[in-house]
Ligand binder design. Structure first.
Ligand SMILES: [Zn+2]
Length: 86
């Protein structure tokens, strides 16, 4: 499985779920069925790649899935809102 493909899947997942909120690496890994161990490291790589894209934001926050406060990634809502500093 190439890293690009996983990144694309993660990007698509976050696009599809962005109205739910932000997801932590662990939950993204789970949703993408990356499993644990070294694949979890891969998930972190993936979200790092996403963070460099204009479309996604990454930072400390509450994961909408597990409810834990950690580093999370979410897609920007295009159009309607532009509040960057919430
Ligand atoms: Zn989570």
């Amino acid at each position: 499985m190439s890293r690009t493909t996983v990144s694309q899947r993660a990007a698509q997942f976050l696009r599809d779920h962005r109205h739910y909120g932000a997801y932590c690496d662990k939950c993204i890994a789970k949703e993408l069925r990356l499993g644990a161990g070294k694949n979890r490291t891969m998930a972190r790589n993936v979200t790092s790649v996403l963070a460099e894209m204009d479309e996604f934001r990454r930072g400390p926050g509450i994961c909408c899935k597990c409810g834990e406060h950690r580093l999370v990634t979410h897609g920007r809502l295009s159009g309607s809102r532009r509040s960057e500093s919430e």
